[in-house]
Design a binder for this molecule. Structure first.
Ligand SMILES: C[S@@+](CC[C@H](N)C(=O)[O-])C[C@H]1O[C@@H](n2cnc3c(N)ncnc32)[C@H](O)[C@@H]1O
Length: 279
């Protein structure tokens, strides 16, 4: 059982925790040209929404349902919708898992009811409850690996976001996909490495390792036409796992400073902060 950290709980209590699949589309699929859309549309031809992505993704084994894990999923509205769409045969067989540090179901029961009425969907129906793992998404160990891991508007609250990225990659199936999005905020800017004399960012080295090992990834902005010039200027990160690779976190967490609605995190200067390892 997790002991809720009061400050963390209070910080999260004022956030939106009931985004729908449409809201996830806004976060993940930009309205403009984007490398993220190119990558996702390549994995699932022309996918430009969560529903299209979920319809087109293949499970790791033919006899298994697709496993979608939403990290920091809040009230899991998007997952509940996916469950309803499965019963309407819009989606195929799918296992749905929400990982969140807090169980918001009691506190947000009224919101779920209101949203159900607004969307004309019985989101509160027990039959559409995803599996819920109450745990820290940075370190959670899934019972089954995932075909798709998403995390929307969560990573900016994490104390150890690099650990989360590594943990998620390592729990994807063979060529599984992960998408991390936080619209309206270039969250990688808050993640740095510090030596006595210097402050650097960890992503350029990570991306050059991805390139070296042929791991497909893409970065982009959520809903603007702005093309980032700095490595750290992106809102969405999509990565497709390459079988027989895993990530290893080399950098140690040094400092976490909580701001109004995100955390500024510093690691030591171990290089590369995250390393691709062949298994
Ligand atoms: C802004 S809400 C977003 C929820 C959902 N993705 C959505 O968009 O509706 C952020 C969520 O992150 C969760 N969270 C924060 N830190 C976490 C952690 N270390 N592990 C798991 N969940 C975490 C919070 O409890 C909260 O539900």
């Amino acid at each position: 059982m997790i002991t809720p950290h009061t400050a963390q709980f209070n910080m999260l209590g004022s956030t939106i925790r009931d985004r729908s699949l449409d809201d996830y589309d806004v976060e993940i699929f930009p309205s403009c040209q984007s490398e993220v859309v190119d990558l996702l549309g390549d994995v699932v031809p022309n996918a430009s929404s969560m529903v299209e992505l979920l319809r087109g993704l293949s499970p790791a084994a033919e006899d298994k349902p697709l496993h979608w894990v939403d990290m920091a999923g809040g009230l899991a509205v998007a997952l509940r919708e996916a469950s309803i769409l499965r019963t309407q045969n819009i989606l195929g067989e799918i296992t749905l898992t929400n990982v969140d540090l807090f169980d918001w179901r009691e506190e947000l029961a009224g919101d779920l009811k209101a949203l159900s009425a607004e969307m004309g969907m019985d989101l509160g129906n027990k039959a559409h409850e995803p599996q819920f793992i109450q745990d820290n998404a940075e370190t959670v160990v899934l019972e089954e690996p995932a075909d798709l891991i998403t995390s929307v508007q969560g990573i900016q609250y994490f104390d150890d976001p690099l650990r989360a990225l590594v943990n998620w990659y390592n729990q994807l199936n063979g060529d599984g996909l992960m998408v991390v999005a936080r619209a309206s905020h270039w969250w990688p800017r808050e993640i740095s490495q510090r030596s006595q004399s210097d402050e650097t960012e960890p992503f350029a080295a990570l991306f050059s390792q991805f390139e070296e090992h042929g791991i497909r990834y893409a970065t982009g902005d959520a809903a603007s036409s702005f093309i980032p010039e700095e490595v750290t200027d992106f809102e969405v990160l999509a990565i497709q796992k390459q079988a027989e690779t895993r990530l290893q976190l080399n950098a140690a967490l040094m400092q976490v400073v909580a701001g109004f609605s995100w955390k500024v995190v510093q690691y030591d200067d171990a290089k590369p902060a995250i390393e691709v390892v062949r298994t």
